[in-house]
Design a protein around this ligand. Structure first.
Ligand SMILES: [Zn+2]
Ligand SMILES: [Zn+2]
Length: 242
């Protein structure tokens, strides 16, 4: 079956995202847009994914547990998990690699964990918008050990993109699909980085505001709407960016 998926959405837990981005508001909007699958991918945290997943179950929108990790090389990598237990283990592991720097909400924005009913659960005090003390290979190793999947985010971007900050594709990312930015021109990206011709390039909205959810999404051909299948479809080229 063909499923439409937007697998890069920020919530109220990302300091840079709008406070309207509660798990409930995001899932409601995804439902309105007929997105079958979404992933909440906050900076270095998965916590709001759990609440979004439980709302998603009620509304019929599949929510994949996600994180946009920022490695020591300042590269953004999307990490996905199918099982809550794996996602929880990974999330608490990564938290230990985040520097103990306090968030300044006035400067960076708030980092709020919000439940299914839009109630504030807690406020995250450590700044999430920071590089963790793990290299790309260290991160990939940990994602794999928690049965997760990695997708380097907005690879062509001047900000936190793999190509600008590392300049090459490391071996541990050789069996990946890559994300290009929602506003990237595929042909231009390939002309600039011809080595990407060997990889499959999907895209997502990277929404920080409700209005941006689904501005770009990808349709995958899968048997069931689970991350294992979506990833497989991505690697095999069974997808279409919309
Ligand atoms: Zn990013
Ligand atoms: Zn992002």
């Amino acid at each position: 079956m063909k499923i439409s998926a937007d697998l890069h959405i920020h919530s109220t837990l990302s300091p840079c995202a709008s406070l309207e981005m509660s798990p409930r508001a995001i899932v409601n909007r995804a439902k309105e847009l007929n997105l079958d699958v979404i992933a909440i991918t906050d900076h270095n945290s998965i916590e709001n994914s759990f609440y979004a997943a439980s709302i998603g179950k009620k509304l019929g929108v599949k929510v994949i547990y996600g994180m946009e990790a920022q490695t020591a090389e300042d590269v953004h990598i999307l990490c996905y998990f199918g099982k809550m237990k794996d996602a929880e283990a990974f999330c608490s592991d990564i938290y230990n690699y985040l520097p103990s720097i306090k968030n300044n909400p006035e400067f960076f924005g708030d980092q709020i964990v919000v439940d299914e009913n839009d109630n504030i659960v807690r406020i995250e005090e450590k700044l999430l918008l920071n590089s963790i003390d793990l290299s790309i290979s260290g991160l990939v190793e940990r994602v794999n050990s928690c049965n997760g999947y990695v997708v380097p985010a907005h690879i062509e971007s001047d900000q936190f993109g793999l190509m600008i900050n590392l300049g090459f594709i490391p071996e541990e990312l050789n069996n990946c699909m890559f994300e290009i930015s929602y506003n990237a021109n595929r042909e231009k990206v390939l002309a600039k980085y011809p080595e990407l011709n060997n990889f499959n390039l999907i895209s997502n909205s990277d929404a920080h505001y409700i209005r941006d959810i689904g501005r770009v999404y990808t349709i995958y051909d899968v048997k069931t709407p689970v991350i294992e299948e979506i990833y497989k479809a991505g690697l095999k080229g069974r997808f279409e960016v919309k």
